[in-house]
Design a protein around this ligand. Structure first.
Ligand code: 5AD
Length: 351
């Protein structure tokens, strides 16, 4: 117990533990030491970002995907999902609606849909950036290669989300047919080199992984130093090969949020929809453990159900951008402050 507390103290002081120490910490936390960890994470978040919780509007631009990731509900071979892609005008309309509601970050996320060429995306990004001077544009569109990433950055995109999903290369390659782990990691480094604020992250509770295995993911994050980290529980989807697996817990997700806050003190760290989906109090618990971002859904209402990454994915109430007043009240009620400015990482400047 004393040893575990001193590991937490070291992590708080130095923002670093060796892989062995991280494993030890993950394997030996109990209720007491976990509370202590969460408290330290809360302090560090306060020091860097105060009580702020940044709101981002999420627009799911396409559920068409050429890949077949074993956990994902919109994988190519799920023929039960009804496919859609938004037009340029629909995307601009969503952002307009979001802008009027007060949102100042728009996250364009989608499957790997080759319809979205650089030309189309550049038009959208430029139009958004000309129309609205005080917004940030975040992309979450998979692996596109250096040249594409570069062109989209030059068009005005500010941030890119690309989770590494799992740092276990063998598991990565099993779950992502036709994809390579090296490519994934290389893409993240390229995005950083170009100058994006980069987000990575991983799934919690993938089959066969134990809590201590996330030491590998944590080391990878520490090395990459992303500006944002998105983690959430894996939730089985009934039309995927992993349908009968167990899935991750809110408990483990919160523990890992707290550790990530201590490893990367200035990181932007969302309390994700997946966390809010498996635990109605998940987001509040996340904020208390160091999370400081939420990404309510701004997609057209009739598409939301179709972007079904996992079973039961929430898109109403607190997960719906239109419910801004309710979301803000919830954040205030849990002791935090909703913020609608761009909310860049405090260490980032555009190159
Ligand atoms: N459960 C939880 N998260 C999932 N994602 C995809 N499928 C699932 C699932 N079944 C996550 C991936 C991806 C993000 C957009 O959604 O981590 O990066």
């Amino acid at each position: 117990m004393r040893e575990i507390k001193s590991l937490i103290d070291k992590l708080t002081r130095e923002n670093f533990l060796t892989k062995e120490e991280l494993k030890r910490l993950l394997e030996n936390l109990n209720e007491d030491t976990r509370d202590y960890l969460i408290q330290r994470a809360y302090d560090v978040r306060k020091l860097n970002y105060g009580n702020s919780v940044f709101l981002r509007g999420l627009i799911e631009i396409s559920n068409i995907c050429k890949y077949d990731c074993h956990y994902c509900g919109i994988r190519a071979s799920n023929h039960k999902v009804s496919r859609y892609r938004l037009s340029k005008d629909q995307i601009l309309d969503c952002c307009h609606k979001g802008y009027l509601l007060g949102y100042r970050t728009f996250v364009l996320q989608g499957g790997e849909d080759s319809y979205f060429t650089d030309e189309i995306l550049i038009e959208i990004i430029k139009e958004l950036k000309t129309q609205y001077k005080d917004i940030a544009v975040t992309l979450s569109l998979g692996e596109r290669g250096r040249e594409s990433f570069q062109r989209l950055y030059e068009a005005g995109a500010d941030r890119y989300l690309l989770r590494h999903e799992t740092a276990n290369k063998k598991l990565y390659e099993k779950l992502h047919p036709k994809m390579s782990y090296e490519n994934r990691i290389e893409s993240l480094h390229i995005l950083k080199e170009i100058g994006y604020q980069v987000g990575s992250g991983f799934l919690i509770g993938l089959p066969g992984l134990k809590l201590k295995d996330y030491a590998e993911d944590l080391m990878l994050l520490k090395q990459l130093k992303p500006h944002m980290v998105g983690i959430g529980p894996f939730i089985p989807h009934p039309a995927t090969p992993l349908k009968d697996e167990v899935g991750g817990t809110a408990y483990d997700t919160i523990t890992l949020l707290a550790i990530i806050r201590l490893l990367l003190p200035d990181v932007l760290l969302p309390a994700t929809t997946a966390l809010g989906t498996i635990d109605p109090k998940g987001r509040e618990k996340g904020f208390k453990a160091g999370a400081n971002v939420i990404m309510p859904n701004l997609s057209p209402m009739n598409c939301r159900e179709k972007y079904s990454l996992y079973e039961g994915k929430k898109f109403l109430g607190n997960e719906s951008a239109e419910e801004k007043i309710k979301i803000e009240k919830n954040i205030l009620d849990s002791g935090f402050e909703p913020i609608l400015t761009r909310g860049d990482n405090i260490k980032w400047k555009r190159k």
